[in-house]
Write a protein that binds this ligand. Sequence first.
Ligand code: NAI
Length: 697
Amino acid sequence: MNINAVVDYAVDAGVAVITVDSPPVNALSAPVRAGIYRGVETAAADAAVGAIVLICAGRTFFAGADITEFGKPPVSPLLQDLQALIENAPKPVVAAIHGTALGGGLELALVAHYRIAVPAASCGLPEVDIGLIPGAGGSQRLPRVVGVEAALEMITSARHVPAAQAHAMGLLDVLAQGPDLRAEAVAFARRVVAEGRALPRVRELDAKLEAARAAPGLFAQFRAGHARRFRGFLAPEYAIRAVEAAVNLPFDAGIAEEKRLFRELLDGSQSAAQRHAFFAERRAAKVPGIPADAPTRTIARVGVIGAGTMGGGIAMNFLSAGIPVVLVETSREALDRGIGVMRGNYESSAKRGTSGAADVARNMALLTGSLALGDLADCDLVIEAVFEQMAIKQDVFAHLDRVAKPGAILASNTSYLDIDAIAACTSRPADVLGMHFFSPANIMRLLEIVRGRATAVDVIATAMKLARTIGKVGVVVGNCHGFVGNRMLAARNREADRLVLEGALPWDVDRVLYDFGFPMGPFRMRDLAGLDIGWDAAKSSSSTVRELLCEMGRRGQKTGAGYYDHDAARNAAPSAVTERLILDFAARQGVARRAIADEEILERCLYPMVNEGAKILDEGIAARASDIDTVWLCGYGWPRYRGGPMFWAEFEGLPGILGRLRALQQVHGEEFRPAPLLERLVTQGRGFRDFAGLDAG
Ligand code: NAI
């Protein structure tokens, strides 16, 4: 019997089965809630029904609240009303879980009296990912079931817990054995009735909370242990407070506190930013001019040229995904060194427990090292990661053109160089594109996919698909110097250097950007990457602080000194030598240094980025502002709770930024001239998000 378009009701051997089928993920929308509500009422009133099974059709159990309802007037029945109905039902309710029980989905399962799941299922409360906490009792019920520490870990990490582990934690009562979850859930429900078992209500459990009350240092310890990971984020701290409320307050008061904390987050800027980030990433998958069903090429074997910092990391992505890689170098020594680093990385992740020891052998067995480009003849995709010099890259591509099989995709990992100029050295520019990874390439989630003038649609579609296969977020960008990310980074770096000349010190600039939420500032970043990247001793002319440092042998962390002094434990300390060098250099340049306020550092570093972002958008290098945000969130450590540079700029207010850029232009010159798009949007009272009309998603 259909209760409504998305909920079905049937009685099977004395057990009412309420089946929800609301694709794609059975989000707990108003019709879903209403249908279940009716189903539970019907079952409760039917004397022939002894128990109730709540199950979903399709891909998954309820994967959470319907976040499109956020910020809109509530539609009844509310989730909490439905939960009260189920929890207080006079007959046992069994939640039968497959796929993922996430957020509101798990919170609904937590009011059932019993939970059964297939082994492939997982459970989680991932709200902190979008700057929220569980808002439907999750923070109050979960600790009562799994204990306070496990609940804190699960909620603040947003982790999906596999069924076997959830079972061991007590979150699931039964793991289904066979392929028919419905039948097993019904059989289990009948057993519960036959044995006259009680109706356990999670809200009434207290033993695990009592254990936490006996360990008063628990919360302080948890906060201290995670301080680094939670830095800047409100949601994890609010989650901890909500769990504290579960421990210290009666259940209903705890629920009220959870609701209050949830509301505060929902109304705040961090959650808005994190929700934007969440949708921005998904939107990036929709590429203008590339239909979702565009044909793709099969990539069964990948070639990587260059086994340096980037090449090795790039190769690891494919090996980890089970795709064989041929890695080509110019010398045996460079090849061995590169492969050694890869093996070392795999071994240390096995040691940390993030992968198994068997994975090291499995992954390395998929790798073939070579000293001949000819060995790339049967690769479906070749990614070049050699030195950042146009002549070398063109030479490699001309050679590659002669050896690669027809239809092979030829990609460059170049940071700045012109993809069209590289493609022009081949007879097949339609097969050429940029695949720009970020360091460390096996870890950073961003992949800038650079579309050349001639790049074919199926080549872009294949790269996007491949990005997903290797766990990256692909963002398609146009061809220009530095593409999206590095072009904006260059604007920030230019100002960082000028600030240091005018009066700030590198650690001042770094501190301000760190406090803003970046994992590190530009000077620490340079020290980490190596100051000598792109530096040529033969051509060095002592004309910048960076050149002077390189000439002194201060090449960054790897040499123990750069802008900072680095000790063996990789701690960076402000350097008196660097400070002296800067003061002398500024004096030689005739710069009268002055005190520079933190506020000026921040606006001079960030507003030029926003301005450059506006130009990038106007030129069509990025299809939409949210793509620029995704680049910065996934590739450059822009703090997620600030949503990305374009989102942040709108939040700050475009008219204000425009005004500051004009003022800075007066003092510091043309680099601050506001982008025409920024001027236009402010005049029209619009924002970046309204621009381009490409933002259909
Ligand atoms: P690297 O200097 O660490 O490695 C380059 C490797 O290429 C060396 O091992 C060299 O022996 C090898 N090589 C040079 N010519 C070759 C040839 N003709 N055939 C085969 N191998 C050759 O440089 P890195 O940092 O890995 O950079 C590589 C590329 O990736 C550059 O285009 C760079 O701009 C880009 N990139 C670098 C990033 C970084 O953070 N280091 C980030 C993103 C892109």
